[in-house]
Design a protein around this ligand. Structure first.
Ligand SMILES: [Mg+2]
Length: 359
């Protein structure tokens, strides 16, 4: 169902980092000599765009020679563009929380924080739990292999490294990680779709009700006012009947865009249903909410459309309610009062803002 992430199609320049310069691998492969020290924990910070593009690996081993062997093997492919190194678990953990890492190869036996403790530290950070870790063990060390896998490692390799085996195991883990990432993105998209009104891009009614419930609880806890504005397009049926449903949809979209433009960071705009919209205004008293509603009324009345709708002038009626009024104790109360104020605005001649009574 999901296409594999094509690592080979990505930037083909492999890089690694020495003390003083960045050397593109394809131009100047640097042999691992004793003079060529790559200090643990040294790396070049990729820009945010690069972070999204490049694949990176973190190699943790107290032996510089062992780290270099791993890097040499992996540099013969273009699997990774960034190589990070660390000499023990603590240093490795610091890099992992500061840099996007796609895969970690971690030695078991290290002074300070060993491989097992490192695994536990990774588990403690939600954002790092999905990063695959390949443990490095001795060939005969079955206990370490089993313990590592039990503690969350994805796989293991044994010293001395067999290059083909290391590469194969790394590729498998990258493939799994890539699939997991795709699945996560798909789930995120599904979640967004499930809370969004497809026409206007605003929250849908279900998402609005959930948000309102949370805000009502927060408001009770913090003793701050919460206001709700209900908006209904005047004579919308006539717009649909005169200009057709496609044009009716264009009007709904324009109102949605106007609501979005007016929002502050914590406000929530939703399509309540049909031609009815709701604005949730946290930490906003009835006076401020009424000003917001009045500004919206005026802005919408001055909206102008093109082509077939060139002569169309739209007005809206708005009802405002707030938790400042003692009769409001629940989301239902707030919606009922805003709805009643909206009803008064309609009855009073439309194109106006009405406020719940009792202030
Ligand atoms: Mg070691």
């Amino acid at each position: 169902m999901f296409a594999f992430f094509n690592i080979h199609s990505m930037c083909q320049i492999a890089m690694y980092f020495s003390n003083d310069s960045v050397k593109p691998y394809h131009q100047s492969p640097t042999p691992a000599t004793s003079n060529d020290t790559i200090e643990p924990g040294r790396w070049l910070c990729p820009s945010p765009e690069e972070k999204n593009m490049k694949t990176s690996i973190l190699v943790i081993d107290d032996s510089r020679v062992a780290r270099q062997q791993v890097i040499d093997i992996l540099q013969q492919n273009t699997l990774f563009q960034y190589f990070y190194e660390a000499g023990d678990g603590i240093e490795g953990f610091k890099i992992a929380i500061n840099q996007p890492v796609d895969l970690i190869i971690c030695d078991v036996e290290m002074p300070g924080m060993d491989g097992f403790k490192f695994l536990r530290m990774l588990e403690s950070r939600e954002e790092l739990q999905d990063v695959p870790v390949i443990m490095v063990t001795g060939r005969e060390d079955t206990e370490a292999k089993v313990r590592g896998l039990e503690q969350g490692a994805s796989d293991y390799v044994t010293k001395p490294f067999d290059p083909a085996e290391l590469l194969a195991r790394v590729k498998v883990q990258l493939k799994i990680k890539s699939l997991q990432d795709k699945l996560k993105r798909s789930n995120q998209m599904l979640l967004e779709l499930s809370i969004t009104d497809p026409l206007t891009g605003l929250h849908n009614r279900r998402a609005m009700m959930e948000s309102l419930q949370k805000e009502v609880h927060r408001t009770a806890r913090k003793k701050t006012p919460l206001s709700l504005v209900m908006l209904d397009i005047d004579h919308f049926k006539k717009i649909n009947d005169t200009y057709g449903h496609q044009n009716g949809d264009a009007v709904l979209k324009a109102i949605g865009a106007e609501l979005t433009a007016q929002l502050r960071q914590y406000d929530i705009a939703a399509r309540f249903g049909g031609e009815e919209f709701v604005l949730i205004l946290p930490e906003t008293d009835i006076k401020e909410a009424t000003q917001v509603a009045e500004r919206l009324r005026q802005n919408i009345a001055s909206l102008r459309f093109e082509a077939e709708l060139a002569n169309l002038e739209i007005t809206v009626s708005l009802g405002v309610a707030s938790t400042q009024n003692k009769i409001v104790k629940s989301t239902d109360d707030l919606i009922r009062e805003a709805d009643y104020a909206l009803y008064n605005a309609k009855r009073g001649g439309r194109n106006r803002v009405e406020v719940m009574t009792g202030f």
